[in-house]
Design a protein around this ligand. Sequence first.
Ligand code: FAD
Length: 347
Amino acid sequence: MGAGIIGLTSAFRLAQSGHQVTLFDPTPARGATWAAAGMLAPSAEISPGEESNYEMQKGAVSAWRQTAADLLAVTGSTLEIHDTGTLIVGWDASDRRLIDQFAQVATTFDADCRPVSRAESPDIFDRISPRISEGLLLSGDAWLDPDQAVALLTQALEQLKVPIVREAVLRVYGDADGVVAETASGSFRGATGILATGHLGLPTGAVSSGPHTIRPVHGVTARVQGIDRANLPTIRAFVRGRTFYMVSRPGGYCVLGATAEERTEPTVQVGELQRLLRDGLDIVPELETARVLESRVGLRPASPDLRPFFERLETRGWAWSSGHYRHGVTLAPIAAGHALAFVEGGA
Ligand SMILES: Cc1cc2nc3c(=O)[nH]c(=O)nc-3n(C[C@H](O)[C@H](O)[C@H](O)COP(=O)(O)OP(=O)(O)OC[C@H]3O[C@@H](n4cnc5c(N)ncnc54)[C@H](O)[C@@H]3O)c2cc1C
């Protein structure tokens, strides 16, 4: 239930392993997945005391390579994983102090992280404001295009004969014969059920057996055309204490992100977009003449401790896969592994 990146990847893994799968979603891949930039950035996401999160994300990047190989085998098309790394820069002296602090933490992990300067490596500073002459290069990071991942997963599911029922599941339950998902048009039976409903959490009938709850964390990315930094590192910046990133795809398409606010309306406010674009203009002045294509908004599914979980529910036969917060694209193949273990009786 739920055809965001978590549900799609899980359904693919299950179907490819020989299980019969039905996926439910009234608006497939239009949740948080729609807004995501697609960074697979274990190193840039390092934070103090979070070694296990770092290791999990590194494992997830490897798992995406396997998923890409599996998708190629089914669809004949390549899901591109771009190993560009990340360049972290700071706008002013206090932002550069934040980078120094980050570097101190990163060196206690095994991250491939080194200081770089414009004088030594002018290429990677291409299009970046001339007032920025130093940064930190994280070589292990990558990115993929979530739209491409969704398109290939959807194509693979079609080829594996997985129906996508374009309806919301209104109620779930389980009995001695298996699980039931009820939609407006009827009841669907199965052996097991997995909820991958992102920030929308549990539907009627689903009862958590653990401490998990989900809150939405609002985020916006802006899509622009006209800055070609293809194959160069994703830029991450501290700008007057705020964070900014720019993922550059081939052909001059860039994803600028991302805002983070504790609100639930899936709307883009002028102020948040203005702050995002202003920070972008400071770091990459040539954005002045780039064309704005669109902005996308999504609600990240955040658990109280900001960690993902895969929970067997009290409701018989059902499990809940959520809490992927800022890392759901990265962690999707890991969630898919949990889904397979659950269905095969191991989780
Ligand atoms: C601005 C932004 C930028 C991000 N950038 C990155 C990034 O660079 N890298 C990264 O790893 N992660 C990133 N993320 C995080 C990532 O997008 C999320 O963690 C991930 O998309 C969560 O996936 P999901 O499938 O759980 O949720 P969603 O994508 O929200 O999908 C949930 C789906 O469930 C469906 N659903 C809900 N209720 C029901 C129901 N009752 N019946 C049927 N279907 C239902 C919804 O319609 C929806 O399609 C970003 C998020 C945002 C908002």
